[in-house]
Design a protein around this ligand. Sequence first.
Ligand SMILES: [Zn+2]
Length: 671
Amino acid sequence: MDNADLLDKFVDFLNEFYKDELVKTANEGRKSISINFSLLEKFDVNIADYLLENPVETIPTIQKAVKQIDVGHIDENFRVRFFNLPENRNIRIRNVRAEHIGKMIVVDGFVKRASEVRPEISEAVFQCLDCGSNITIVQTERIMHAPIECGNPACRNRKAFKLVDQKLYDARWVVVEEPFEITEGERPSDLRIYLKEDLTSPKMQNKTEPGNRIKTAGTLKELPRRVKGTPSRQMEIYLEANHVESVETEWEELDITHENEQKILDLAKDPEIYTKLMNSISPALYGLEDIKQAIVLQLFSGETHIQRDRSRVRGDIHVLLVGDPATSKSALMKVVSGLIPRGRYVSGKGVTGAGLTATVVKDEEFLGGWVLEAGALVMTNRSVCCIDEFEKIEKTDQVALHEMMEQQTISIAKANIVATLPAMTAILAGGNPKLGRFDPYLPIKEQIDIPETILTRFDLKFALRDIPNPETDTKIAEHILQARHFGVEQSKPIIDNDLFKKYVAYARKNCHPKLSREAADEIKSFYLSLRERSGEESPISITPRQYEAVTRMAEASAKIQLKDEVTKEDALRAINLMKASLRQFGFEPETGQIDIDRAEGARATSVQRSRIRILLDILDELEKTFGKDIPFDEVIRRARDQGVDAPDDILKKMQQEGMLYSSRVGVVSKV
Ligand SMILES: [Zn+2]
């Protein structure tokens, strides 16, 4: 296409559609204008197509056209940006290919890494060392281009030039990662994006920090790669951004068909829906009803509330599972991470790279500055992050968790980088008890190596204990047998994973229930009764956090039925779950006491706990002499010697709780 022709057409287009806005833009001293591409298409489909195919030459032409329009003073480096490009220009990151080089495309992704904003050379002035004339070269690439020959017709020197002046603009590199939901089970692909000039303004900088999702229109270019400082023939591709916008909606590309929607609406009306959802979570893992119910509520999530003082109350429900080593918590957590778009499973021990929160590293391949990289909790923003071996996470990450679990942001200040990243993430954590096995008589904070300040941020805590119980053991054995040897029917979920995921996404997006008066009263009176019954000796402290937790769970319960209002029924479901969670850690919600006290009459719980410790110590000691089978009488005698009252009752209780077992009459063994 003829350039002069193109220029005239752009002038006509701008005069017709953007004159007023250009005047306004010029008055406000802005450095760019965003043009709706569909208007250009309507104006002249040929030049619109030509622009998409030849942006490197065409965008400067429209920028030149702006200067021919009478709008008052306009910035010398004024830019024209385009949004709303045709649908067929949206390319999935993994499908970006060499064939797109030099063309305009649009990609959608989560920012995983971002460099600091640094000045780069934009225009370089060279002096000819032969004749002394100046040659200005516009630097569009990362590598400085010197003139090919001197512009002076009498000279035409092709060798010796000296850089005498340069103009700078701000630039930033980011790496975006494909949204997870479209790369099921695969490592997400990523792409580098180059942002410059007003795309690096403080406002844009916030929008392009790690953890944000952005839709970028730009020109795909090649980047010569340097291997050990020398240019290599290998090329890497990157997108030079022309326009960047935030993508706020959650999981919009999760393709919920009309048929899916109908199924979801039917499920929401099903009176058995709670059970169906629970049974669809890892049906091969038998039992665990309370835990599965907690997870269902966590997946659907409560509502975020912005208070009058503009502080936020999170809607995310954090759940902690403390499990005996042989229990199935890891398997369960892996399944859960697959039931929500962008869910992730990580191990506290094995989180590498950016870790859980975020990290700042010296950058080798980008601009040579610092790069901020988002960790798992940022990349699972608005989803669920399953963190196994929670007690093993780095201390620095633990510090950041305090902020993240309440404020839902992760702040980082290191080197030149100061940033606050979004982390509206619900945590499903799995931890191992410090003593190897979970001991129901010890306060949880003594059993797990997690600071109490973090423990209190979990809405629900459950122990997964391996307690021998003939009745459930038989059921579990039968269940496994059925599942493994007589067809897989039994372990097939009632609601398959795909529909489950869509149901969660649909409810989170479309349903925002409000608390009814009845539900609020129910939650309030439950909380007040808990407060009344808790005391200094309680194994768990009762604080307003439990009140907020119950509210969140009740909201989640209402969302499952896609209701506008949280009803009393939802409140009761949440309350029962909170009671179950408290009981697991020795707090009896009906009395405020720990369980064993009821069996033996009211006593100070600390005395009680210490008696169990004494018995465990005696058992350890005797095990050295007698081996696994320790004579019951011997234990009793030693316990009495050490002043323990009614040791046989305590031993019996320990047996019921699965801490001890008896292989034959007269002996006890530690589990
Ligand atoms: Zn010269």
